[in-house]
Design a protein around this ligand. Structure first.
Ligand code: NDP
Ligand code: MG
Length: 388
């Protein structure tokens, strides 16, 4: 049976992996909408290839370019933040949420509010909105399928089990490209070094997040919301081979883990085919060739981001949204050569400290207001060089 699909963030890394799977299974899917931020020419080419009905750029300034690239195709074009929300509200069988950052939050909420089935890669949206998003999921009967590889692993391990039987959920972390570096080396790490992930090929922002370990911090918060077992049952272990994508221990001390190649097409396929399975073009897992799976604790003295995330979710309220917003500003500043690698976590910590009177957001608008105000706070810290 053909199902309809909207892909938010079609021109990114998750977008490309999703479309690769759709391309191999053209009869199973009909693309409704594809979106991008401003990659208008790439977006138009994908919309034409997949016969989309609508293509949307989040930046309205890029709409003229999109229109001209789509000229004669009969595909509708739209631009701007509201157009993304309107696109996500169109009824489809599956929405893949793969915009990077809190910019994806309002569209994800629109898909939730129409009770949709959403494959959620856009972890920043859930980290920022937390309870507001999970309450909307429950209220509107939406289905969230975790696409982040760790959460997809946990989701698979939990199938057929009760949350009340869970003793511990352990997120695995590769440790990123700078895992073995000293403090002095980290001070001098360049953007090129920070995005050179050993196991995964990903967009620039999440690659930097992996290097700082903020990715695991965001995932810790993401897991807290998706799998409500309580913070005391959530842990992180560094596993440099990225073969085990996460694990669940039950109260009888049985531990289930999900293993697979380090390729996002595996968790994306799990979401697209859910509750069934589909083929992927990947090579079988060859454990004898891999040889060793190793594990080590996180090093929060060198990589404080997981501590900041644990503190933010324990504090609750606005703190996770502030953590995320400050991190987005800090990562952009690092990628632009404005701050050192080690200042990313410092800027996040300082922003959290200065915003500790922000009230708990109880609606989408309030989450977005917290996000905007934390961004302003982080930017002003950047501008005054308060942390250099
Ligand atoms: P990319 O940077 O590769 O792609 C991001 C996509 O979002 C692009 O289509 C981009 O459009 C669009 N976009 C960026 N900014 C905006 C904006 N302000 N408004 C609307 N659209 C925007 O990111 P990834 O694919 O790597 O990551 C996407 C999400 O998935 C992130 O939340 C990430 O944390 C998560 N994720 C990614 C994994 C991976 O392996 N890549 C693994 C697990 C989770 P344009 O091309 O025009 O800029
Ligand atoms: Mg992940």
């Amino acid at each position: 049976m053909t199902r309809t699909l909207t892909l938010l963030g079609a021109t990114g890394s998750i977008g490309a992996s999703t479309l690769d799977l759709v391309r191999r299974n053209r009869d199973d899917w009909r693309i409704d909408t594809l979106t991008a931020h401003c990659s208008a020419v790439e977006l138009a080419a994908l919309a034409i290839e997949f016969g989309a009905k609508l293509a949307v750029v989040g930046d309205a300034n890029c709409l003229p370019e999109l229109r001209s690239a789509l000229a004669g195709s009969g595909i509708e074009a739209a631009g701007g933040a509201q157009a993304l929300v309107d696109a996500a509200a169109r009824p489809v069988d599956m929405t893949v949420a793969a915009i990077v950052g809190c910019a994806g939050l309002a569209p994800v909420m629109a898909a939730i509010e129409r009770g949709g089935t959403i494959a959620l890669a856009n972890k920043e949206a859930l980290v920022s909105a937390g309870e507001v998003m999970m309450q909307a999921v429950a209220k509107h009967g939406a289905t969230l399928l975790p696409t982040d590889s760790e959460h997809n692993a946990i989701f698979q391990c939990l199938a057929g089990n009760r949350l009340s039987d869970v003793a511990r959920i352990t997120l695995t972390a590769s440790g990123g490209p700078l895992r073995t570096w000293t403090q002095a080396q980290l001070e001098a790490a360049t953007p090129a070094e920070a995005v050179a992930h050993p196991n995964w090929s990903m967009g620039a922002k999440i690659s930097v997040d992996s290097a700082t370990m903020m990715n695991k911090g965001l995932e810790y918060i993401e897991a807290y919301h998706l799998f409500p077992v309580g913070l005391d049952k959530l842990g992180i272990v560094v596993h440099p081979q990225s073969v085990i994508h996460s694990m669940v221990e039950f109260r009888d001390r049985s531990t289930l883990a999900q293993l697979g190649p380090s390729d996002m097409r595996v968790p994306i396929a799990s979401c697209l085919a859910w509750p069934q399975r589909m083929e992927t073009p990947l090579a079988p897992l060859d454990l004898a060739a891999i040889g060793q799976l190793t594990f080590e604790p996180t090093n929060e003295a060198l990589f404080p981001a997981t501590r900041l995330a644990r503190e933010a979710i324990a504090a609750g309220g606005a703190a996770p949204a502030i953590l995320n917003a400050a991190n987005e500003v800090a990562v952009a500043a690092f990628l632009a050569g404005q701050i050192r690698f080690t200042r990313i976590a410092a800027l996040v910590e300082e922003t959290l400290q200065r915003s500790n009177d922000a009230p708990r957001p109880v609606s989408l608008d309030e989450v977005l207001a917290v996000d905007q105000s934390a961004r302003r706070q982080a930017m002003s810290l950047l501008e005054t060089n308060a942390l250099v």
